[in-house]
Design a protein around this ligand. Structure first.
Ligand code: GLU
Length: 453
């Protein structure tokens, strides 16, 4: 295998638009997109939509939206269904080279042969009977109305590559069936179209799930037969449900859509999708570049990795605590939340999900029903009277407390708790130091005197 030094890598994510993306798909997408971004390369979103029976336009759109939610914007978008001429040409070349041959067996015939090979203790691989057919045999079969499917003739040799995750890999293709690349109806299988596209698009690195390891040996043979440059491969472990069950797009497991609707932060989902099942810590980050900087394919473990949605809640909160105001400005506005950066910095540390910010915005804007114990009423009236005069600039809260402490004789909880309960109507929450200027003098004055404001 020759791998020329790559200066501007080209990576791709190639989902089939047959369902909603789940976190396992996000793992593959993120590794490819973020490595391209980190290394100044190109990231291609390529829909594997040659299976027209199962692919839909709506799923393709949902995939693009879910990637956008994660913060991934592809540099290029391609649809395999629009590239059939390229596959026709590549198939013609393989036929001319004698590497793609017609076979006529029905599924039932193949099944019978597999069973009989198994009974004789032979591996259930295709016996290549079709290679022995003469031109007359083929003409007779076609006259019977049979249409051929087309198989790639493997060389049957050890195929090796240096996997970015798994290290040196070697698979002997002598133990595999010649793969079908073209169905009897003329449609292509992804094993083939992926390779043709990877060559055509100059894909330099293929990062994908380890369920594709065996395909890789076959695909390297196809790439070499077509005279293409073999990309660098990396096969990451697969994410499973906490039960150990594999994720399924078809069954809608852990879809990005559902996690978003739950209020999970995209960056939290990304951190968990990237770093679960690696030797790296799963930590919140304030942006994708911070996550990209930590990616290390060699740190991915070989065992399947359990993705536990229960871990997401803490990671979502941890992410919110880090996010700067510009990262959330538009989303706060969409929730009708004002208060600008000062409000955000005051409350972000108290949020479980972003929409909780609306509760604190209500506390600022009012009306808030102050909570006042009878024994605190005089103290709070005193506190209202001592509120610093307008305009409020500088350390309003500190100045206020400095005036209040000596006259009230209170300190610690006896001082702070009644103030918080009256000003916010709540037992706990963001620092009063940050909230008070947002609540403002007028509302604070009213609440301290027991009026809803
Ligand atoms: N459509 C294939 C999949 O989602 C693409 C595999 C590949 O990346 O080559 O598994």
């Amino acid at each position: 295998m020759s791998t020329a030094p790559v200066h501007r890598p080209v990576l791709r994510f190639a989902p089939s638009p047959t369902g909603l993306l789940h976190v396992g798909n996000a793992r593959t997408a993120l590794y490819n997109a973020l490595l391209a971004r980190r290394e100044g390369g190109t990231f291609i979103l390529r829909y594997d939509d040659t299976d027209t029976a199962r692919s839909t336009r709506a799923f393709a759109e949902a995939i693009a939206q879910d990637l956008a939610w994660l913060g991934i914007t592809p540099d290029r978008v391609e649809r395999q269904s629009e590239r059939l001429a390229l596959y026709d040409a590549a198939a013609a070349r393989l036929k001319a080279l004698g590497r793609l041959y017609p076979a006529y067996e029905t599924e039932e015939e193949l099944e019978t042969r597999r069973l009989s090979r198994r009974r004789r203790g032979l591996p259930p691989v295709y016996d290549r009977a079709a290679l022995k057919l003469t031109a007359e045999d083929r003409a007779r079969l076609e006259a019977e109305g049979r249409r051929p499917h087309w198989r790639f003739r493997l060389e049957g040799r050890p195929v090796a590559w240096d996997d970015l995750v798994r290290g040196r890999q070697s698979i002997d293709t002598a133990g595999l069936s010649d793969p079908v690349l073209v169905r009897a109806d003329g449609s292509y299988l992804y094993t083939f179209t992926s390779v043709v596209d990877d060559i055509d698009m100059g894909v330099s690195h293929v990062i994908r799930g380890e369920d594709h390891v065996t395909n890789t040996a076959v695909q390297i043979e196809i790439i070499e037969a077509l005279g293409g440059a073999v990309p660098v491969f990396g096969h990451h472990n697969l994410l499973t449900l906490p039960s150990g069950e594999g994720l399924s797009k078809r069954l809608g497991h852990l879809s990005l859509r559902a996690l978003r609707e739950e209020g999970q932060e995209a960056l939290a989902v990304a951190a968990l999708a990237l770093f679960t099942g690696t030797s790296l810590a799963v930590e919140p980050a304030a942006d994708l570049d911070a996550l990209a900087a930590r990616i290390d394919l060699a740190a991915i473990s070989r065992a399947p990795a359990r993705f536990d949605p229960a871990d997401l809640a803490a990671l979502t909160a941890g992410t919110l605590h880090l996010l700067p105001y510009p990262a959330v400005e538009a989303r706060l506005a969409a929730l009708g939340i004002g208060g600008g950066e000062a409000f955000w910095l005051a409350v972000r540390g108290n949020l479980a999900t972003l929409k909780d910010a609306a509760l604190w915005w209500r506390v600022v804007e009012g009306p808030v029903a102050p909570v006042i114990a009878p024994e605190d009423a005089d103290f709070l009236a005193q506190a209202a009277a001592l509120l610093p005069p307008l305009p409020w600039t500088g350390e309003v809260y500190a100045d206020w407390l400095a005036a209040l402490k000596p006259v009230s004789g209170r300190k610690g909880r006896a001082l702070f708790h009644p103030l918080r309960a009256a000003l916010t109507g709540a037992e706990s929450g963001p620092e009063l130091k940050a909230l008070l200027p947002l609540i403002g003098r007028e509302r604070a004055h009213a609440r301290l005197n027991g009026a809803a404001a």
